[in-house]
Design a protein around this ligand. Structure first.
Ligand code: GLN
Length: 477
């Protein structure tokens, strides 16, 4: 086999389809790496060994029999552990889901399998996707392959780590406020937060339902587009998924179009690491030299985004997580006690501190007397923020900014300071509130070698422009 770690998903699927590579060999290789390097990084919560080999055999058999195979034939893929997948533990990084094996596949997982992908494992994550460093995982944090002691970001830290370590060329994470783009930036890989409603949320364990989106991670723009292409589209099982006539993302990824790119001054303000800023400004200069128009813009509501996000996300989380009560899923404590006591003991033992904090915050902002002051007000400002983006995309095609204010930080650095942790979402959360797509692309490194993520944002359903600009930048860099 050619050097597996250097193969892209696009190359793998071409070689598997032509019979040059066997899907089983690839699956074995990926599983082997997962058991060794993946284990060292604590990047997986569980592996789907038997099922992966079964899927790979099915792909090889189809090819031998000259039957058609999908666009991800034989490509090893990993899924964040909040995406339901039959036959595997789906833990959400939480103790409360001990032993929970979902009875159905998430639409995203089902579409991947239909496309010929081989799902090798479920990746580590912050508990219920609440966190920015992977440190809230019940299973202990995943590590960043870039450097000893560095967090991989979160909450999809495991998904970013396994792509950065080249265990799989594609993985999937989920975003509520930046959980794909932020770990992608920290680990030096590509990550997409798609338009709200473009990848079905059916089978994604809910955190903040009006914000949640599944998103792919990959090592280059083309693989990212391919991963999105096979998973996006209307799903009758998710009433918020949108019937949109998606273009051929991989077919149209190369363009000689020149974009107008807005630089929001609010994303280059206090708190931004100067080396990160320098890398983003370098990307801007490179694009300008290539003939794109880079122009200053203003998004005045930016500094409200974190406040709105933590009200809306916690409110929705407090409601969504009410279902974990010891009756229906996973852990049950206090079996011999009366019902309310059993709920209470289960939730006390099953949820970690950060999840408890969010449930309490969320319950508070939804409670009578506070609903109007917090939740309603936040929802109104959220709508203004959405309109601010909408108006901006009448003038520019894309927005460029840093993906995160700093490069990857160290374990323990922000764990005792929730506010500092929350601020690492300040450039990503606005897109979730507005429902627009955003991408983080690795661009340059700071002096000590930590990667920098450059973020591009686009209008609703304009993922194509995101793939195109990132492809242009990867060619120019
Ligand atoms: N870090 C953010 C949070 O803790 C975002 C999480 C996410 O996108 N799932 O809420």
């Amino acid at each position: 086999m050619p050097d597996y770690k250097n193969l892209t998903a696009t190359q793998i699927t071409a070689m598997v389809t032509s019979g040059e590579l066997s899907a089983v060999d690839l699956a074995e290789k990926a599983l082997d790496l997962a058991r060794t390097e993946g284990k060292g990084l604590n990047a997986f919560i569980s592996l789907c060994e038997d099922k992966a080999l079964e899927q790979a055999r099915a792909v090889d058999t189809a090819i031998k029999q000259a039957q058609p195979v999908g666009p991800l034939a034989g490509v090893p893929v990993a899924l964040k552990d909040n995406i339901c997948y039959t036959g595997s533990l789906t833990s959400c990084g939480s103790h409360i889901l001990d032993g929970f094996v979902p009875p159905y596949d998430a639409t995203c997982a089902a579409r991947l399998v239909d496309a010929g992908a081989v799902i090798i494992g479920k990746t580590n994550m912050d508990e219920f996707a609440m966190g920015s460093s992977n440190e809230t995982s019940y299973y202990g944090p995943a590590k960043n392959p870039v450097g000893e002691n560095l967090v991989p970001g979160g909450s999809s830290g495991g998904s970013a780590a396994v792509v950065a370590q080249r265990i799989v060329p594609i993985s999937f994470g989920s975003e509520t406020g930046g959980s794909v783009r932020q770990p992608a930036a920290f680990c030096g890989v590509y990550g997409l937060k798609p338009t709200y409603g473009s990848i079905s949320r059916y089978g994604l364990v809910a955190f903040g339902s009006s914000l949640d989106q599944i998103g792919p991670l990959a090592r280059n723009a083309e693989d990212l587009a391919l991963a999105y292409q096979v998973t996006c589209g209307r799903d009758p099982n998710d009433s918020t998924s949108v019937a949109f006539d998606h273009p051929d993302y991989t077919g149209e990824i190369d363009t000689d179009r020149k974009f107008t790119i807005g630089v929001p001054k609010e994303y280059f303000a206090e708190g931004l690491d100067p080396e990160v800023e320098a890398a983003v400004r370098d990307a801007m200069a490179v694009l300008e030299k290539d003939g794109h128009k880079v122009t200053d813009i203003s998004l005045p509501l930016t500094d409200k985004a974190i406040a709105i996000y933590y009200i809306v996300a916690c409110a929705e989380a407090s409601s969504n997580l009410a279902r974990f009560d010891g009756v229906r899923y996973g852990l049950r404590e206090g079996r011999d006690k009366e019902l309310a006591q059993m709920y209470s003991e289960t939730r006390a033992a099953g949820f970690g501190d950060e999840v408890k904090r969010r449930i309490m915050l969320g319950t508070y902002v939804l409670s009578s007397g506070y609903y109007d002051a917090y939740y309603l007000k936040a929802s109104k400002v959220r709508e203004l923020l959405r309109r601010e983006f909408e108006r901006t995309f009448e003038e520019v095609d894309l927005i460029i900014s840093p993906a995160t204010p700093t490069p990857a930080f160290k374990f323990g650095e922000k764990l005792d300071d929730p506010l500092a942790m929350y601020l690492s979402d300040m450039y990503t959360a606005p897109a979730n509130l507005a429902g627009i797509p955003g991408i983080s692309t690795p661009y340059g490194r700071v002096g000590d070698g930590r990667p920098v993520g450059v973020q591009f944002l686009a209008g609703h359903f304009n993922e194509l422009s995101l793939f195109q600009i990132v492809r242009i930048l990867e060619r120019l860099a």
